[in-house]
Ligand binder design. Sequence first.
Ligand SMILES: N[C@@H](CCC(=O)N[C@@H](CS)C(=O)NCC(=O)O)C(=O)O
Length: 204
Amino acid sequence: MIALFSFGPGFGLPDPSPFVSKAEILLKMAGLPYVADTSGFNKAPKGKLSYIDDAETVVADSTLIRRHIGRKYGFDFDKGLSATQKGIAWAAEKMCEEHLYWAIVDSRWMVDANFAKGPKKFFDRAPAPIRPLVIAMGRRHVRNSMKGHGMGRHSRAEIERLAIADLDALAGILGNKPWLTGAEPCGADATVWSFVAGALCPLF
Ligand SMILES: N[C@@H](CCC(=O)N[C@@H](CS)C(=O)NCC(=O)O)C(=O)O
């Protein structure tokens, strides 16, 4: 059975990580049985979740997981889509993952009140005497990642404007359609759902 390495439900979401939610939805869309395993972060081959272990083939990265499912199980997440629809779906997906994601990270990790009720709890299992240090190191790691991406160099007001542009773009693509490309969900809907749910998460 496929093992999906996840953080586990949190923040009122199926998983705090939209990449894990995406991978989980892709497995469900393909009808593949899986077990969620929350013990894998420290062993993550690329230092990030999500990844899967499928009969000892380890696939790290949600998009590579999608590819693996497509190749190994013959499931076409883009069945019936035109080249234009595929292009729009890919662009929407990558906008969420490579741009909107960092605005979500900013709101969760860099806004003190949000950090306190959200990501700070990830560190509850650290021994009490060193917990403040571990928290500070974890937050610094995220701040540096945000700076490396570039989003972390903007003011909060700028980040929010950029995030609103992403959400407007998604709303424009969706229009009155139930799904990104029409009446049926495609692979990128797994992504867009996960990131929109993450952006709208009421806890924050
Ligand atoms: N491209 C990866 C991105 C995964 C990712 O950024 N995961 C975050 C959680 S949302 C993570 O594990 N970050 C840990 C870290 O950067 O140390 C995917 O699609 O799976």
